[in-house]
Design a protein around this ligand. Sequence first.
Ligand SMILES: N/C(=N\CCC[C@H](N)C(=O)O)N[C@@H](CC(=O)O)C(=O)O
Length: 482
Amino acid sequence: MANADKKTDGGGYDSGGAMWGGRFEEAVSSVVERFGESVSFDKKLYRQDLRGSRAHATMLQAQGLITEDECKAIVSGLAEVESEIEAGTFNWRADREDVHMNVESVLIDKIGEAGKKLHTARSRNDQVVTDVRMWVREAIDEVRAKLRATQVALYDLAAANEGVVVPGYTHLQRAQPLLLQHSLLAYVEQLERDRERLLDCRKRVNLCPLGACALAGTGLNIDRHATSEALGFSEPLANSVDAVSDRDFLLEYVSCLSILAMHTSRLAEEWVLWTSEEFKFMLMGDSVSTGSSIMPQKKNPDPMELTRGKTARVYGALMTLLTLCKGLPQAYNRDLQEDKEPLFDSTETTIMVLEVVAEFARNVTFNTEHINKGLGAGFLDATTLADYLVRKGMAFRSAHEVVGKCVALGESKNCELKDLSLEELQGINNIFTGDVYESLGVQNSVNQFQSYGSTGAKCVEQQMQRWGDEFKKGKGKRKQCD
Ligand SMILES: N/C(=N\CCC[C@H](N)C(=O)O)N[C@@H](CC(=O)O)C(=O)O
């Protein structure tokens, strides 16, 4: 059957190749259709697609490429499409491949000839990447807002635990005492860098490919600056081949999410340990823990384990995208359709993880009685004792050796450094005087810290103040950031 004789459904495109005009004789096979369709997942881009089309039509009219009436018909047709999508009555068709062809076909069904003009000076190659950039831009704003909410939850947890001292670990061996607030604020700092990284990435996301058309631009008199501005981009991308080819902005965005996931995963790992019987630092509320189908006594920190586990999905998305892009010649290649699912999945996963970490933080308490009971173990004050000797004029290496001997004595007597008598200490080195006990014991030890950024009470108080001010300031601010 010749294309001219083919039945199309009301002016749109049928599934027998009419989408591509006169070139095709046969319909695509059902296997190929199933394999190639993306509408089942890229319909998520419908809002961005409609917005892009409206801006494009408005520009076409301003440039005299379509009439005012045609533009009006397109804009009102797109509004109808939008209402149908939102009401769930839009007929998404796999044979129309993707969100773009679905919207355009239905628009043509609705308004006829004017609809056929919308794709003037546009290709799906620039259309799709414009949509994706707009989607990522919004995603960045949402992830940044969730990051902020998680920071606030961690800060509130810190605020509720003023003065609590916990053992700090290196190599997962007891190292030095920490104020719990200091330990929790470390995560707040890390999440802040995640926010900053995303904001910086947003600059490179927020560039407009529309008007690059298939790859070479167009001979028609379009105004790319106008569409870029109308769509809230900072400027049009300068090279049409680059505009449709590259997905480096996606790689950068999902890299940011991967680093973020690494941070939440480390927090999750620490909290899994802290909720264990072995540590017993943290007590979970029932609302954020789960039980066992067989062991009645169990209370599991599943949300934290899943937070750790979901990191794999985000890293997986990054690996998918890196591998997807690495062998592609310029310009657009259909492989790029595979960017959507890892993009959507890594974003949704990240948002969920951040919500869960915040929820968990809001529903745990610290078992300070148990923590305090155990603080004497592990000679957490040994380095503070070495600093005491340095203050007395001893070289640090020698002080390290002297304190090592004190620790050995404490170990042999099964007691803490503070329980060694002055005679015993002086038996190791006669530099010790009675004031040594002001540096011994975990509480005294923690009080000695004073360097900028340390766990000393004053420094931590300043940190708490700074973050408290920052979060208060944020309350009045709008959620989105440019
Ligand atoms: N098929 C194609 N682009 C499809 C882009 C949309 C696709 N669903 C995706 O997500 O990448 N490219 C055609 C041009 C076009 O269809 O506009 C080409 O370069 O030959």
